[in-house]
Design a protein around this ligand. Structure first.
Ligand code: P1T
Length: 391
């Protein structure tokens, strides 16, 4: 009786990351989901197969990853892609010439580039607005608006949008709401529960967590939308390899552990930076002075591990700090166990014209930290030394 009750009780997040979609393999009992490194599957007669016919369409290692990710986002469905941008491109194939998309102004530079320099040529139109003020969304909605695209927290300014309010505005105008949840990860934020229709991830980041694989995913609840996206996943073909799915699944198992440590370290780093005389400004939603702090505290279970800041001396001062850091490595990307540092204006967001960057408040001297899970004393020492020796 007690045992049956236990079985019926749904698993908690950390357990789902390890078990959902990852039952021992039927033929051998392998505990770890095998890498089904095959492009195709034998059919007993033309069109008669065991659920898999070609690995672009479906592959068992990918199925396992999709089930696990869907479970973590509390979604009915998940589709995995070869990169976050592959997921983004496929999502936008839902729309056609003449459709209008409203996007957060502060988004990953690659997302901006896809919208402005690729999709605009196919007749999609875009409005970039400060979605942390949801009234800004309402103002640009038209009868052609089909999608409201939100990043929260944003990359790199950590701005927070009230997801519930944004989704409500989108729905009132007959549009969908997509949230890029890469910075929070499902451990800290589940946008579908807040009313979003689609959740997008660069799984390259926290989900895989070890800076060894590039991938993307979209999670959603609605069946007909899923079927359309599943069709597009196969038709466009931006699908991940079985090995990449395996690596992502392996990383995912420790997501809960890692996210707690990322956040703990980021809170310490943000608190430290805030008190430094050479630091002009710190951006971290966990700081009570952050303009989005209250909404973040309400819609997130934690503030994640990215901290951005500006030092005195603008770009030159920032370059000097980067040159002196030793543990924080200068690199694009984020969300791995190792601490990284970058200059968005020169690196991840260089594809956004300077004027646009200025409009969204992205200073040339902004420094973005992906705070890893090393010993916090080492990270603080590294930052302290780099800031102290700044002349
Ligand atoms: O790199 P890729 O897996 O294709 O994911 C694109 C992407 C989408 N959304 C967000 C919020 C992202 O941060 C990214 C990728 N970002 C970086 C590489 C970066 O350093 O910011």
């Amino acid at each position: 009786m007690a045992r049956r009750k236990l079985q019926r009780r749904s698993l908690q997040f950390a357990s789902r990351a390890i078990h959902v979609g990852q039952e021992p393999e039927a033929a051998t009992g392998a505990i770890t989901v095998p890498i089904y490194q095959t492009s195709t599957f034998a059919q007993s007669a033309p069109g008669v197969h065991q659920g898999y016919d070609y690995s672009r369409t479906d592959n068992p290692t990918r199925t396992a990853l999709q089930k696990a990710l869907a479970s973590l986002e509390s979604a009915n469905y998940c589709l995995a892609f070869s990169s976050g941008m592959g997921a983004a491109t496929t999502a936008t194939l839902l729309f056609k010439h003449g459709d209008h998309i409203v996007s957060s102004r502060d988004v990953y530079g690659g997302t901006y580039r896809l919208f402005r320099r690729v999709l605009q040529d196919f007749g999609l139109t875009f409005s970039f607005v400060e979605t942390s003020n949801v009234k800004g969304i309402e103002r640009v909605m038209t009868r052609h608006t089909r999608l409201v695209w939100i990043e929260s927290p944003t990359n790199p300014l950590l701005r927070i949008t009230d997801i519930r309010a944004a989704a409500e505005i989108a729905h009132r105008h007959g549009a969908l709401c997509l949230v890029d949840n890469t910075f929070a990860s499902p451990f800290f934020q589940r946008p579908l529960a807040l009313g979003a229709d689609l959740v997008l991830h660069s799984t390259t980041k926290y989900l895989a967590g070890h800076a060894d694989v590039v991938g993307g995913a979209i999670c959603l609840n609605e069946r007909s939308l899923y079927e359309r996206l599943k069709f597009l996943q196969n038709a466009a073909g931006a699908t991940p390899s079985p090995f990449d799915c395996f690596l992502t699944l392996r990383g995912l198992k420790t997501l809960a552990l890692r996210m707690r440590e990322h956040e703990k370290n980021a809170i310490r780093v943000a608190g430290f930076l805030k008190d430094q005389p050479r630091v002009r400004r710190v951006y971290y939603p966990g700081l009570s002075s952050h303009p989005g702090h209250e909404i973040a505290a309400e819609q997130m279970d934690g503030f994640s591990g990215i901290v951005s800041f500006e030092v005195k001396g603008g770009l030159t001062g920032a370059r000097r700090v980067l040159g002196r850091l030793k543990i924080f490595k200068i690199a694009e990307s984020l969300g791995g166990v190792e601490s990284l540092v970058e200059l968005p204006a020169v690196m991840t967001h260089a594809s956004i014209p300077k004027e646009e960057r200025k409009k969204s408040g992205l200073d040339d001297g902004l420094i973005r930290l992906s705070v890893g899970i090393e010993d916090i004393d080492d990270l603080i020492f590294d930052l302290e030394s780099a800031l102290k020796s700044q002349g």
